[in-house]
Design a protein around this ligand. Structure first.
Ligand SMILES: [Fe+2]
Length: 367
């Protein structure tokens, strides 16, 4: 990929073809002090107030700098490397992290020692890369103070507050408004599919765990849907096609959101899995379509619950698990309250938190 000149035209050559770059696109990027605030990298001018008939009067390339004189009298020197970076449609950092799909054979549950100054460290950068690779990481020996989870989350980004509050307690309570607050087993599910938008990342911090059961379970939704697509294409297709309603009610709120169980992006790549069959409502469709949908939902449920895909482990006091709620399903095995208590605190953050931190650390350590 390189930038070339042809008289007053500035061309972008991707190796196979050369295309002219719109002069206005370049004019918007002038970086002289009077046009760009160096600190915030925000424009000091409003590009919508410029005439659109901007042209390049003259241009030259010296080493890695493209110098342009525009027809409105502005001259600017642009770094070629920066222009090329923008021509990649991919977000270099996040998209380039290879997602490693895993099943029950995953050996290395990714655990890392917590340190007070971890959030601004180079290690944090590596941890976040691991998080994107595998969809989860576990921090060990996080202080088991009440509500520490909020402090923790706010050092990565910002807590995503919901109607449950800034954080929630996962322990058995009388008259629970959700089955999470009992000692029953919880089949693998994604959290809060009824919210709009759905919280991206869940943090769960173990404060006490005296029971033998209550093991945490995780399933890689990417791996399951990939296998479903390979082996049961019709089921995959219907689950990427049919939108269902997810619903949650409490005394002062009714939350609803419609979505496919397997949500694809504009390139037909997997974007998000949603699975919470106790609170999904499929609309009345043609009997044949519904018949296919129900068989498909049973199949994906069977796969999500299968020992082939699930990993199980015990969270001990001080463990803090961070998991991608768009990719992984989580659950737990049942436990006996007579053995003692099991108390976890949880909260959510969104992708802007992890992405913002990752880009910041990349900048800070010049990685
Ligand atoms: Fe959950």
């Amino acid at each position: 990929m390189k930038i070339e000149l042809n008289e007053n035209k500035i061309l972008f050559n991707n190796g196979t073809s050369s295309k002219e770059i719109h002069p206005f696109w370049l004019r918007e990027r002038v970086n002289n002090e009077e046009y760009l605030d160096k600190k915030t990298q925000q424009r000091k001018f409003d590009p919508t107030s410029l005439e659109t008939n901007i042209e390049v009067k003259s241009a030259k390339i010296t080493k890695d700098i493209l110098e342009i004189n525009f027809n409105d009298g502005v001259n600017s020197k642009l770094k070629i490397e920066k222009i090329i970076e923008e021509f990649s449609k991919n977000d270099f950092l996040i998209q380039s992290i290879k997602r490693e799909k895993w099943d029950s054979k995953l050996k290395n549950v990714h655990k890392f020692e917590y340190l007070d100054d971890i959030f601004e460290s180079r290690e944090m950068y590596d941890l976040l890369i691991k998080f994107y690779k595998y969809g989860f990481i576990i921090f060990k020996n996080v202080p088991t103070e009440e509500n520490f989870i909020v402090k923790f989350a706010n050092q990565i980004g910002s807590v995503r507050r919901t109607n449950f509050g800034e954080y929630f307690n996962v322990k058995s309570v009388p008259n629970p408004n959700d089955l999470a607050y009992t000692s029953l087993a919880l089949a693998p599910h994604t959290d809060n599919p009824y919210r709009n938008p759905v919280p991206c990342i869940q943090l769960l911090h173990c404060i006490t765990n005296d029971v033998d059961g209550g093991l945490s379970t995780l399933v890689d939704g990417y791996k399951v849907t990939e296998d479903l697509k390979k082996k049961f294409k019709k089921y995959y297709d219907v689950l990427t096609r049919v939108k269902v309603k997810f619903k949650f009610i409490d005394k002062d709120v009714v939350l609803e959101n419609w979505s496919e169980l397997i949500k694809l992006d504009e390139n037909k790549e997997l974007k998000q899995v949603k699975f919470s069959p106790r609170l999904d409502f499929v609309p009345i469709l043609e009997k044949k379509e519904l018949d296919l949908y129900y068989r498909a939902r049973n199949k994906i449920s069977e796969m999500y619950n299968s020992d082939n895909y699930k990993i199980e482990f015990k969270l001990v006091p001080g463990d803090l698990m961070m998991m991608d709620n768009y990719r992984l399903l989580h659950g737990r095995t049942a436990f006996d309250l007579n053995e003692g208590s099991r108390y976890l605190q949880g909260c959510y953050i969104d992708y802007d938190s992890t992405e913002g931190k990752l880009r910041h650390l990349k900048r800070k350590f010049d990685i």
